[in-house]
Write a protein that binds this ligand. Sequence first.
Ligand SMILES: *Cc1c(COP(=O)(O)O)cnc(C)c1O
Length: 353
Amino acid sequence: MRQEELKKRINQYSRVNLISLPTPLLPLENLLDPRQNIRLFIKRDDLTGLAFGGNKSRKLELIMADVLAKKADVLITWASLQSNWCLQTAAAARKLGIKPVLILFKTYDLPEEIDGNVLLDFILEAEIQIREARRGKIISEEEVAGVIEEVQQQVLEWGHKPYIAPIGGSIPGFSMELPLGAIAYVQAGIEIFEQLAEEKVKPTWIVHASGSGGTQAGLVVAAKILSPETKVLGICVSDPREKFHPEVLLVARETVKALDLDITIAEEDIILTDDYLGEGYGILTPEIAQTIRLVAQKEAIFLDPVYTGKAMWGLLDLIEKGYFQPNDRIVFVHTGGTAVLFPHRQGFQSWLT
Ligand SMILES: *Cc1c(COP(=O)(O)O)cnc(C)c1O
């Protein structure tokens, strides 16, 4: 299938214009030793332009169109305390006159203060409910079902119409029946291949942090159709591979279905490593802090402590260990999250001495 036909299939889903595309795609020239003989690029999806930017705002262009189509006036979602998804959702909702309700789970031992994304949520006047949770784990749908039900009841009692968006906008469920987030990332994949084609570069790998699966699912589908020689490597940030792999596979297959594509996503198309989970979701370790410092100093780009810092640590370590081939062309996707640097100030102060 050609690019134009794929675009047409994506465009059958309506979107709200929230971000400016394409985001920049640039070479990272200082990070690797030239003797490593690998070309590294960065796709700046941290610069989407909605609130502080990030991959969730691409997804929200399609998800907010669904919210509007369903005539909801309250948007309920959940994630961890400093969630980028929740911030971006709250910002998009406010812009469209919809009230955001966020259920934020304390999955790591950051203080509950008004800082980072929680400060931005507060400025947006999102209704915030903070709940206890297990350290280093992302919240599963099963765990959250009771709480969501309770909040949904409250909203109905206020006389409003809620839309419940699943965490990360990835796995279809609650009010979102289709993998809208992943469909947005098929579009991002097209964008990456187009931008590199202008430079006469064919990427061999796309590497990124994988958390709820939509980003990876979309990129895998785009690669399978437009550039089968390109592999997509997801670096797990929260769940072990064994638990997460079937979820990404499910979202990818749902995406194929939603776009009515003539391809099959095999298990081995979903490439994931969980070697870089460290101490678990959202927990800053010395390796992540040092990677963030290295990229800031070499490239003047700030990664985030929860996703991209961890993924870049993984990528650089894999390069070091010879996982890639000489002449490989690797695109690292900067998926956002930089506002979360600030609440981690103590961790940075202790690890970067
Ligand atoms: C949510 C998020 C991811 C992971 O994307 P998924 O589509 O949920 O896998 C990566 N990076 C950042 C900064 C995020 O906020």
